[in-house]
Design a protein around this ligand. Sequence first.
Ligand code: F6R
Length: 241
Amino acid sequence: MKTIICKDYDEMSKKAAEIITKQVKEKPDSVLGLATGSTPIGLYKCLIEEHKENGLDFSKVKTVNLDEYVGLGEKDDQSYIYFMRDNLFNHINIKKENTHVPESNKEDLKLDTEKYNKLLDDIGTRDIQVLGIGVNGHIAFNEPDDKLNLRTSIVDLTEETIEVNSRFFEKKEDVPTKAISMGLEDIFDAKCIILLANGKSKKEAIDKILNGKFVDTNFPASLLHLHPNVVLIVDEEAYNG
Ligand code: F6R
């Protein structure tokens, strides 16, 4: 795992944006795997700036997102589809039909997972997959457990994740308890994985990745040691605490 230590959140975001900008310039029809949450917002701002000021062209780019809450419609401002439109898609020249966020239609969740797995198979290996990390080491919504899913599945969020994510909702009870999430095999099907982490709350998790010489499904991010091309971009707070 290659590690890049940045002085702060802005530098981390710029570094990640540089890698993605280079990728899209070199291969205009790149397939990008995207994440939500607070971590990649700065990266998306930089990409919007690249598009508006330097004409970075997303017209042939395709994107697939890691996950989505179950039970929030696309109009709900906490849904990940809303987040992606609001923080990136609506501000660049990407085609709506080239953007994919898993759907979680409560009526038939099994069908939703099957549809997303088919989509991932059809779209093929991603050029870059962006990841954040949960304080408990989750990647996408693969929560610590004795077994982890290989493919997109419906998952239960842990109490810890519900608590941490309640900062985005009015009250904790509003946080969905289930999500649809890519599995580990899906996440690994990328030529390069960029793992982003900033802030003190991520220090323990980053320390475990960098200094724990193990892989453990109860700390899902540790499995990233098994991927041949992971770039960890951290700010000093996440690195030093
Ligand atoms: C989001 C996702 C999650 C987040 C993680 C960190 O699509 O899959 O794994 O990356 O929960 O969230 P933030 O960035 O809000 O700390």
